[in-house]
Design a protein around this ligand. Structure first.
Ligand code: SF4
Length: 396
């Protein structure tokens, strides 16, 4: 080897690119990671095996994250107040937490103000819900981790996989059972969607396996008697349950999916609606939605008519300038110059296409995001908060 062929002395300090063909597989899985795999295995490989940062827009999830933070702060304050016998928290707790989160969100001042206005009815509805709730708050953002056995034969990595998650809200019902609530800032969904929601099933599974513990006492919480999704922007709280058979089916599906991950099956599943929200759409060679405007791979689509959506008491017109289609009827950019109040419009939008959350479950919107459908905003490289949460959620 000549001197010119010797590796540069600093080369060792630069991590070699990871390859999904041989890089270590994740030590744990979550509902987000499994959903992403089921949507597009290649996307999973990019994120969880090669650990590419991807591209997310600054402030892409800002509103949803801020609302979640406000709800979390209020829940914590309420738990603390009850433990200490002090007065219940008021709306200032919600507003302070919301403002602090928005201030760090990367939004412009105008966008922050718009988000604050949008949050006014959201916070007031939440306060009313809290006042009417008889259940005892136990924890917010409660993590769990349970081991799931893998087949002893037919798998190169037989043993167990750790399944982890974070629950937005855990209450103790008046009968002592556990209630789990997930907060959503996207559009409200039907009862059938809530009944089929795999994220709630994942939480029910973690709880049934003894993964949730009361932070105050350390005691394992009993299985969830009911699970709910609180749609923050409509104020609707939809309850559902999961049977033992449903939890067993969930486990079977989880094991099957992990088996495919361990077999390193990372094939691409391009689809316009899926690739549109993928953080790797710029670098993915199989993307059906290239940012350079190459739509050759997309099937022809009829032009979507203008539509409106009602959010927080205001109705917004779909932005023709930014060419949002039916999968994102929410106005994509609060600061967009073509934003228009639709109060003068007579057309009422149809519900947003179901591609997103059930689709999100299938890998539509970035997995793990408990936020509204993201705007395909000019990008900046960043990691998502959901990934940070997953990294924190490894232990019992
Ligand atoms: S751009 Fe499309 S095909 Fe490529 S990883 Fe993302 S979802 Fe999969």
């Amino acid at each position: 080897m000549t001197t010119a062929e010797l590796p540069h002395p600093t080369a060792e300090a630069t991590p070699a690119p990871r390859s999904m063909a041989d890089a270590p597989l994740p030590a744990y899985e979550s509902h987000s990671s499994i959903s992403m795999y089921r949507g597009c295995p290649l996307r999973y490989g990019f994120r969880y095996v090669e650990r590419r940062p991807g591209e997310v827009s600054p402030g892409q999830f800002a509103f949803g994250s801020a609302v979640h933070k406000a709800f979390e702060a209020f829940g914590l304050a309420r738990i603390r107040a009850r433990a200490e016998g002090t007065p219940e928290p008021g709306p200032e707790v919600l507003q302070t937490a919301l403002d602090a989160k928005l201030a760090r969100s990367g939004l412009t001042l105008d966008e922050v103000e718009d988000a604050r206005r949008r949050a006014v009815p959201v916070l007031s509805r939440f306060l009313a819900l809290e006042a009417a709730t008889a259940a005892e708050p136990v924890a917010v953002e409660l993590g769990f981790g349970v081991n799931v056995a893998l087949p002893a034969a037919g798998s190169a990595e037989a043993g167990a996989v750790r399944f982890v998650g974070y629950v937005d809200r855990v209450d103790r019902s008046t009968d002592g059972s556990t209630e789990i609530v997930d907060y959503k800032t996207g559009r409200a969904r039907s009862q059938a969607d809530v009944d089929a929601d795999t994220q709630l099933t994942a939480y029910a599974f973690g709880c049934a396996r003894g993964g949730l513990r009361d932070p105050a006492s350390g005691e394992t919480l009993p299985p969830a008697s009911r699970l709910g999704i609180y749609f923050a922007e409509s104020g609707a709280l939809a309850w559902t349950t999961r049977t033992d058979e449903q939890l067993a089916a969930f486990e079977t599906g989880l094991v099957e999916t992990v088996g495919r991950i361990h077999a390193r099956e990372f094939e691409a599943r391009p689809a316009p609606w899926r690739c549109r929200w993928c953080e790797y759409r710029r670098e993915c060679p199989r993307s059906a939605r290239r940012p350079d405007g190459d739509r050759a791979r997309r099937p022809a689509q009829p032009a979507a008519p203008p539509a409106t959506n009602e959010i927080g008491g205001m109705r917004w017109m779909t932005c023709s300038t930014t060419s949002r289609t039916s999968s994102t009827r929410r106005h994509p950019r609060a600061s967009c110059s073509s934003r228009a109040r639709a109060s003068s419009m007579t057309t009422r939008t149809t519900p947003m296409a179901s591609a997103a959350p059930a689709g999100a479950a299938a890998g539509g919107a970035p997995a793990g995001a408990k936020t509204s459908a993201p705007a395909a905003r000019p990008t900046a490289t960043a990691t998502t908060s959901s990934r940070a949460r997953q990294r924190r959620c490894i232990g019992e």
